[in-house]
Design a protein around this ligand. Structure first.
Ligand code: SF4
Length: 410
């Protein structure tokens, strides 16, 4: 099982962000931490001491938490679950909330072995436009401090397609990151305009400009070329890693492994159950005060049908270099993927959009450019489910959620 811990606090709100995050009011961080410890223990009671292969502390801005709070969180997870000795333990940090080399040393001592740093851009003007709470020099300093402390597995988050950014600038930024900062892993995300964010509003009002489709395509394609030439393998649409540094947590998530999400708004997928915690801290704490988990008057509980699971599996797997496995298709439908979709796959193949290897269908880089269109087309061709849901009993408030049948304790 994978564990994700959501820290919903940030120093300020970035202009493109629609995540469940906010600036903490007085006392909220302490309340949140107590809630998280209670939630971890509650899930351990429900699931047993299940084996855990990765822990990812994300947000929000987890590095807003003092290092001893991170230590306590991880301790609690270790006490309540069976964490593998070689577990990957990642934390997201923002340069502004790092607290110098000693902070990173304490994180290492707490068991964190992978850092994911949101630097986003090497251009101060662009950082200001995004309302990032740090400068380029903050980011570089934070990276050096983390290295000095001893971190040997660092991801840097970067963004392309930001307003006013141009292809030439993006390529120079990438080259600088590769040549000077030398992280083991790079996540290069294309900006997406999320409803209600300042960027989306300003774009609608014509106040900010983005480059055109053609230039965006080049940002993706040329960016991926630059990264691969420098030894970063593109193992997912937005993720590039040196050999041996792919993020195990993300790989597990894309492969559809069981996933326990802790914290306000966090989502869990445990076998055929999808559970979503309440977004608001007050509701989240109330749920835990009543020793409840989502689906019992708080948050949401959904039972995933085999059809939904198949669609999710296709959607996630096709983002990865490994691609979607025909074996998974057979397992979920009892049918042969390549026989059933032969004409469609051949058409994609002839256009250079997919490749087939070891019984898997994967998108080429050209295919990745239009991944959403390809995935939607494939969905339309899937065998339709007899009923829209799994043949599982719908839990009722009286019966409570059938945790006793959840991914069998261990
Ligand atoms: S730091 Fe991350 S989570 Fe926080 S506002 Fe910015 S993008 Fe959103």
């Amino acid at each position: 099982m994978l564990i994700y811990i959501h820290v919903p606090f940030c120093k300020s709100k970035c202009h493109y962000c629609a995540f469940n995050s906010w600036v903490a009011a007085s006392g909220e961080i302490q309340q949140y931490l107590s809630g998280l410890l209670a939630e971890t223990a509650l899930w351990s009671e429900r699931l047993g001491k299940r084996s855990v292969s990765t822990i990812f502390i994300g947000g929000g801005t987890p590095s807003i938490l003092p290092a001893d709070a991170v230590n306590t969180l991880l301790d609690t997870v270790y006490r309540n679950f069976t964490v593998a000795p070689d577990a990957e333990i990642s934390i997201e940090v923002n340069p502004q909330s790092g607290r110098g080399t000693s902070y990173y040393m304490q994180l290492l001592r707490a068991g964190v072995n992978r850092l994911s740093m949101g630097i986003q851009s090497l251009d101060d003007q662009m950082l200001r436009l995004m309302n990032r709470p740090h400068s380029v020099s903050d980011a570089i300093q934070a990276l050096y401090q983390a290295r000095e402390a001893g971190f040997k597995n660092i991801n840097l988050d970067l963004m392309w397609g930001v307003p006013e950014q141009r292809l030439r600038k993006w390529k120079l930024e990438l080259q600088e990151v590769i040549g000077q900062l030398r992280p083991e892993h790079i996540s290069a995300y294309g900006l997406s305009l999320e409803a209600g964010t300042p960027f989306q509003v300003w774009h609608a009002e014509g106040k900010i400009n983005f480059c055109d489709e053609k230039e965006l395509e080049h940002m993706f394609l040329d960016g991926a070329d630059i990264l691969e030439e420098a030894g970063y393998l593109q193992y997912e649409i937005s993720n590039f890693a040196k050999i041996g540094y792919q993020c195990k947590h993300n790989l597990g998530y894309w492969a559809g492994e069981d996933y326990l999400g802790l914290g306000p708004g966090a989502v869990s997928t445990l076998r055929e159950y999808r559970l979503t915690n309440p977004n608001r801290l007050g509701d989240y704490l109330q749920m835990l005060n009543q020793k409840k988990v989502p689906g019992s008057g708080f948050g949401e509980l959904e039972i995933l049908s085999a059809h939904t699971k198949l669609m999710e599996n296709i959607m996630l797997a096709l983002r990865t270099r490994k691609g979607f496995s025909a074996g998974t298709y057979r397992k979920l439908t009892g049918r042969n993927f390549f026989d059933e979709h032969q004409a469609f796959i051949t058409a994609l193949h002839n256009k250079g959009l997919v490749r087939i290897r070891n019984g898997n269908l994967a998108l080429t880089r050209k295919g990745m450019l239009i991944s959403n269109t390809i995935i939607c087309n494939l969905f339309e061709r899937l065998p339709q489910p007899k009923s829209g849901r799994a043949e599982l009993e719908q839990p009722t408030p009286e019966s409570g959620f059938p945790y006793d049948v959840l991914p069998g304790a261990n």
